[in-house]
Design a protein around this ligand. Structure first.
Ligand SMILES: Nc1nc2c(ncn2[C@@H]2O[C@H](COP(=O)(O)OP(=O)(O)OP(=O)(O)O)[C@@H](O)[C@H]2O)c(=O)[nH]1
Ligand SMILES: [Mg+2]
Length: 334
């Protein structure tokens, strides 16, 4: 048992002091009025069982624990809320991404590129640079066979390239046409070769294999072919590459073509050593966004670009900055 005296100006004040320290179980042993210098005061002698006091003594400890627990609980709730926020964001984000994805598609970017662009989370310029770096550059091989649909610009651009090699690198260039279907047209091509002072031969597939020894004296041998899948069949190409495995292909593609068609055609020729794409008719595109298919990993890199009909000047080497300018011209208004 613990006994203590409590004093106060009124009985109520003293009782409150007793209650506060000893609680409801306190027993009042004595109560009296005392005259002091400050005036009359009340004094009570109260008692409490010792264990009660122990409980009372440990109260501040319990209170601290409670406060600690409250703090921990608050922290826990905060963490939970942050987690829920994060989860909500994750749920909402695909929707935001979908909105961006739809925007990109609306602008004309092919869906498979738009998807990649969204998942990489990079901006357009960054994405284009990265993709072009991944693709890298190709050094142009000595033997290049130009293949592609009819009217894509194979003949015209072979001559542009021949002039490019001849005047830029002082190279010895031979142009061979395997297109002996167009009699009148071949006369014109021959005339063109004379005007441009480019060595030129018209051969068929068998003759091409026979003249192999004379090809050694040239730095570049550019081989023109008739339209793919009309006059030049896939099995003709298989035959050709089997007999002359050192040949490399340049695939001539019109920039105005739809990516679905391009990918379909690519599926047929991907087994061949296609070194690059010669992209033509870029002067005919107003929106460059659909052209983003050229960044697809499956497709070989662009080697040259034809930006008009003028021969030999409308040709550009597909350097990174030129491709970037071409792809982003709709956005940057250049
Ligand atoms: N506007 C424009 N016209 C081009 C371009 N490249 C080629 N041409 C024109 O397209 C037409 C067809 O070009 P060709 O070089 O004969 O095409 P090809 O692929 O050899 O055609 P085929 O031999 O019939 O399969 C010609 O009138 C060229 O001047 C280009 O980049 N822009
Ligand atoms: Mg042609």
């Amino acid at each position: 048992m613990r006994i203590k005296k409590f004093r106060g100006k009124s009985i109520l004040e003293v009782l409150n002091k007793v209650k506060k320290e000893f609680g409801e179980e306190a027993v009042i042993l004595d109560s009296e009025q005392i005259n002091t210098e400050e005036g009359q005061i009340y004094e009570m002698t109260a008692a409490i069982e010792e264990e009660e006091v122990i409980i009372k003594d440990s109260l501040p400890e319990i209170e601290t624990k409670l406060v600690d627990n409250e703090q921990r609980f608050e922290d826990y709730i905060k963490r939970e809320i942050a987690e829920i926020k994060k989860m909500l964001n994750n749920i909402l984000n695909p929707q935001l991404k979908n909105i961006n994805y739809l925007n990109l598609i609306e602008k004309g970017i092919p869906p498979f590129i738009a998807k990649e662009l969204i998942t990489t989370n990079s901006d357009l310029l960054e994405f284009v640079s990265e993709k072009l770096k991944e693709k890298g550059n190709v050094s142009n091989s000595k033997y290049q066979v130009f293949i592609g649909d009819s009217g894509t610009g194979k003949t015209t651009n072979i001559f542009k390239l021949a002039v490019w090699y001849k005047y830029k690198y002082h190279a010895k260039v031979l142009v061979i046409s395997l297109d002996n279907y167009k009699i009148g047209n071949n006369f014109q091509t021959k005339r063109l070769a004379e005007l441009l002072e480019i060595d030129f031969k018209i051969l068929d597939l068998e003759e091409l294999k026979e003249i192999e020894p004379i090809l050694t004296k040239y730095n570049y041998v550019l081989i023109d072919t008739p339209s793919l899948e009309k006059r030049l069949m896939i099995n003709d190409l298989e035959d050709l590459i089997l007999k002359m495995p050192f040949l490399r292909f340049q695939w001539v593609v019109r920039a105005t073509e739809h990516y679905e068609y391009i990918l379909k055609l690519w599926g047929k020729i991907e087994k061949f050593p296609v070194e690059g794409i010669f992209l033509t008719f870029i002067d005919k595109i107003s929106n460059s966004m659909p052209l983003f298919w050229i960044l697809d990993n499956r497709i070989p890199p662009i080697t040259f670009i034809s930006n008009g009909e003028r021969l030999p000047e409308d040709i550009l080497k597909a350097e990174e900055k030129i491709i970037k300018k071409l792809l982003l011209k709709s956005i940057l208004n250049i």
